[in-house]
Design a protein around this ligand. Structure first.
Ligand code: CTP
Ligand code: CA
Length: 223
């Protein structure tokens, strides 16, 4: 079906996606990060490209190969991701924030390796900018999709994030559900809009990518 009727419904559209983890360094050899693989963000980017869009991915460090025909902007920290998004969100039509952004970073990055000494040590962290919330506050025409990774009260927490961050779509992920999470090729999510909640069956990350983009396209047309 793909071959005979390619879906090029995003031709002419600009899609901006964040993907992967961030790394927050504490010294030249160590950082704080998370288990994000980047697979979901890359799968959305591939789907958007296959639908004819002009695609930009801002990605944290992950093991995946760059996507051919996609503008890949590699960053390490949340602050670098924030800068790249600020430079690219205005011209985007659809923005999907699938990155697992570090909420905090070490207040001080030591220029030398921190040596061990006492039995305990304290590391002071400061909050990172919330990139999704920033875009939610500043967007004009863009359709905005966020993700929520939760381990409890998924639907309640995800809907609250939709409202707080002024998103059009929020994809709620429960880390503890079988077939969901960071490393695999499938996801089990709920898709929340201001009016609806769609509890989706287990989908490949690619299928979910198409589903998200189709939903965003429908919302854009209804505007
Ligand atoms: N996000 C972001 N910038 C941050 C933190 C999160 O852009 N500094 C985005 C993520 O990419 C995701 C959404 O916000 O699309 C929700 O991320 P999540 O970690 O689930 O929510 P938080 O708002 O950080 O709240 P908490 O971690 O306390 O649940
Ligand atoms: Ca967070």
């Amino acid at each position: 079906e793909q071959l005979t009727h390619p879906d090029l419904s995003l031709a002419g559209k600009h899609v901006l996606i964040t993907a992967g983890p961030t790394q927050e360094p504490m010294d030249p050899v160590r950082f704080i990060s998370n288990h994000s693989s980047g697979k979901q963000g890359y799968a959305i980017a591939q789907a958007a490209k296959d639908m004819g869009a002009n695609v930009t991915v801002v990605c944290g460090p992950c093991a995946l190969a760059d996507l051919p025909g996609v503008k890949m902007i590699h960053v390490q920290t949340a602050q670098e991701m924030f800068e790249a998004v600020k430079e690219n969100y205005e011209k985007a039509d659809y923005i999907i924030m699938a990155a697992a952004v570090g909420d905090y970073r070490p207040e001080v990055i030591s220029d030398q390796k921190i040596k061990k000494s006492d039995e305990t040590m304290q590391l002071r962290l400061v909050k990172n900018p919330d990139i999704l919330a920033y875009v939610g506050q500043h967007k004009t025409h863009q359709i905005l999709c966020g993700f929520a990774m939760e381990t409890q009260d998924l639907e309640k927490n995800a809907r609250q994030k939709l409202i707080d961050k002024n998103c059009d779509v929020l994809i709620g992920n429960n880390l503890f559900v079988e077939g969901a999470g960071f490393q695999g090729d499938t996801n089990v999510v709920c898709l929340i809009t201001k009016e609806s909640i769609d509890r989706l069956p287990k989908l490949t990350k690619s299928e979910l990518g198409y589903k998200i983009l189709k939903t965003m396209s429908k919302l854009e047309k209804e505007k």
